[in-house]
Structure formats: C-alpha cells, structure tokens
Design a protein around this ligand. Structure first.
Ligand SMILES: NC(=O)C1=CN([C@@H]2O[C@H](COP(=O)(O)OP(=O)(O)OC[C@H]3O[C@@H](n4cnc5c(N)ncnc54)[C@H](O)[C@@H]3O)[C@@H](O)[C@H]2O)C=CC1
Ligand SMILES: O=C([O-])CC(=O)C(=O)O
Length: 356
C-alpha cells in the first residue's frame, strides 16, 4: 500500500475527529431551514466539526418558520443528545432578530425545494421573497463581517437578492453554493479514471447552479503514483468530457430527486461544510474551489452584476477569483449560455422583489 496515501488519510481522520485543544472564542453560526431535509443533516455535521475544524467552538442558531416549530424542537433535542463538545450553545428561533443578531456565518438553506420535472428557476416566484426578507434582516442584525452562503434555490440569484437587500455588508461576503456540483464532478472523474477522489483537482464549475452550469476540466489534474496527469490526457475522450460528463453533473440534482422523491440532503450539507471550511480556513496551495460570487464588472469581462460560479482560492477569510484563464470557442459558448440564464433570472427576480 502507498504509505503517503495512508499518512494523508490518517491526517484527514485526525483533522475531523480529534476535538481537543479548544482555544479560540466561539463563532456564531446561523442555519435557516434547520429542521428541513438539508438543515437536519447539516446541523449534525456542524456539531462534528466539519464546518470550522475540530478545535473551533460554535454558538449554533437554528432558524425556522413558525409552522415547523415542532420539527425545530425535535431537531434541537437530537442535537443536544449528541453531546457535541464543539457546540457551546444551541438556540432555536422563528424570529429573524433572534436568528441573525450578531451572526458571523449565515447559511441560508430555508426555501422551497423543487419537485420532479421542475427547473430550479421555477422556484424564483416562491423563494425570492424569502431572500429579500433575509437580506433585510442581515442588514439589521448581523455582524458587518458576516459571511453568507446561500443554498436555497435558485441559489445564485437568491444570493444576489440577499446582497441587494443588505447594502451595508460588502458584496464579497455573499456566496452561493456550487461546491456540490464540483464534488459531483470530481467523483465522476475519479470513478472514470480509477483514482482517489481527493487526487482529482481543479475541476471548475462556471456560472449558474442549474442545468446550464459548465463543469470544465481544462485545468484539472489527477495525481497517480506521485505523478500529475491532466484529466483530459488521462480520460482521452473530449467528446465525453464536453457532453455526457457536463450533462451528468448538471442534471445530477434532478436524477436524485427522481430516485429519492426529495432533493439531495447529505451531499448538499457536506458541500456546505466544504465551502465554509475552505472559505474561512483557506484552500490548499494552488487548489481551486468553485463558489458563486457576485461580479464586480471586471471579472472575466462580465459587465453585469450577477452571482456567477468561478474558480476561487481562499486565504485569511477572503475569496480571490482565479483570473486570466483563457477560454476556447467551446468554453466561451458554454459560459455565454449560463450567463444569459443568470441575466434572465435576475430580471425575473427583480420583478418579484422590486415590483414596479
Ligand atoms: N445549492 C445547492 O447545491 C442545493 C440547494 N438545494 C435547495 O435548498 C433548499 C432547501 O432544501 P431542503 O432542505 O431539501 O428543503 P426542505 O423543504 O426539506 O426544508 C426547507 C426548510 O426551510 C424552512 N423554511 C422555509 N422558509 C423559511 C424561512 N423564510 N426562514 C427559515 N426557514 C424557512 C422550512 O420550514 C423547511 O423546514 C431548496 O431550495 C433546495 O432546492 C438543495 C440541494 C442542493
Ligand atoms: O436539484 C435540486 O433541485 C437540488 C439541488 O440543487 C441539487 O441537488 O443540486
């Protein structure tokens, strides 16, 4: 057996499960929709240290709708019964002021999920108002440095709405979850080339968390027996990489809904932990992670303000988009398509939350 791989696995295990040496002040984390499908899985992963590592205590607030009060109380009972040492306090509320007061990290999951046959943007009419309200509440009650991750669909456009209604919080503090798409893509490639999933690096998800997203392997590598190969070279099938692979990643959420009759929950919660962990703890040397970030008029020539998924590196709690990657004609056409959809969603969202 490869001993460096064993060492890596053991280091990984000890990072996740050795909850000792607790030194820094607790961080205030709020999860909305905490008693739902994803929320239930997520709050337990947070208790296990998946969000900020094994040494960081957390004051965890679970925010729910009044109609889900019983489910909220049940979830809190179980969370307490886990006796997680990292959870310094567990609070539950159905009020925005109590939910977001002084919060450092807001994970906005609470929203309606889609059913079979729907696109995520079909949820805009139902969900856009939630994110307007939550933007307003963050503006009033959260820390000015709050880091916000929007999960509720359509996640990119909901992140844009949330940021719009919290104007005194920097736009760079608002993100949307596309890490689940990245993880799916990494896993599909690892299976295809018989590699360990952690040895597949730098697959990029560009654009929208929707069926127009573009899973791009042009920068991706696979480490095997100490040698780095390009994914393109190892797969040696551009036709598959440009079509079947991209579609499989983009339609994975829908495929899971068909089977489970409910949308992805544990995998979404796990991707939330990966996203926040990498944002705040930092990315490994040279590794990109995909995140929906709000464009500033300069990134990759995108003039309009949208929440677009880019390759990012993170250090000291800051996200830096990896700039200067060149696109060929195929990549450009994929990126144009997903940007066009985001602009259409933005138009639709504005008509719901800012009626004329
Ligand atoms: N970005 C991504 O990668 C993914 C996004 N999603 C999206 O996440 C969202 C949640 O999915 P599930 O947990 O499966 O749904 P769910 O219906 O099981 O749970 C949603 C929970 O949110 C609560 N909620 C609704 N409005 C709220 C509000 N204003 N404040 C606080 N809580 C509120 C509900 O009471 C419910 O408990 C959906 O929009 C889904 O499409 C799901 C998977 C992946
Ligand atoms: O597909 C859905 O509606 C849920 C989701 O966002 C995903 O699983 O990626």
């Amino acid at each position: 057996m490869d001993s460096s791989a064993t060492t890596r696995r053991l280091q990984h295990l000890s990072r996740h499960f050795k909850a000792s040496n607790i030194t820094t002040p607790p961080v205030r984390v709020t999860v909305t929709g905490a008693a739902g499908n994803i929320g239930y899985a997520l709050v337990h992963m947070i208790g296990q240290g998946r969000l900020l590592g094994p040494n960081q205590q957390i004051i965890l607030t679970l925010l729910e709708l009044p109609m889900a009060k019983d489910q909220l109380e049940g979830t809190m009972m179980e969370l307490r019964d886990c006796a997680f040492p990292l959870l310094k306090e567990i609070k539950g509320t159905t009020q925005y002021d109590q939910g977001f007061m002084g919060c450092d990290i807001a994970i906005l999951v609470g929203a309606k999920p889609r059913g079979p046959g729907m696109e995520r943007k079909d949820l805009l009419a139902a969900n856009a108002r939630i994110f307007k309200e939550q933007g307003e509440a963050l503006e009033k009650y959260a820390s000015r440095n709050v880091k916000v991750l929007v999960v509720g669909n359509p996640a990119n456009t909901n992140a844009l709405i949330t940021a719009h209604f919290a104007p005194s919080i920097p736009k760079s503090n608002f993100t949307a979850l596309t890490r689940l798409d990245q993880n799916r893509a990494q896993s599909i490639v690892a299976q295809r080339v018989s590699a360990n999933v952690e040895d597949v690096r730098n697959i990029i998800i560009w654009g929208n968390h929707s069926t127009t997203q573009f899973a791009d392997v042009s920068q991706a590598t696979v480490q095997q027996n100490g040698i780095s190969y390009t994914v393109r070279g190892l797969v040696a099938d551009d036709a598959w990489l440009q079509k079947a692979f991209v579609e499989q990643v983009a339609k994975r959420g829908g495929a899971i809904i068909e089977k489970r009759k409910a949308s992805s929950a544990a995998s979404a919660a796990s991707a939330v932990c990966d996203h926040i962990h990498d944002w705040l703890i930092g990315t490994d040397n040279g590794t990109f992670v995909s995140m929906g970030v709000i464009t500033d008029g300069k990134l990759y020539g995108i003039k309009e303000q949208v929440c677009f998924s880019f390759p990012c590196i993170c250090k000291d709690g800051n996200i830096k988009v990896v700039e200067g990657l060149k696109w060929d004609q195929f990549q450009q056409s994929m990126i144009d398509k997903t940007l066009k959809e985001l602009l259409e969603e933005k138009e639709m969202a504005l008509s719901v939350v800012i009626p004329k």
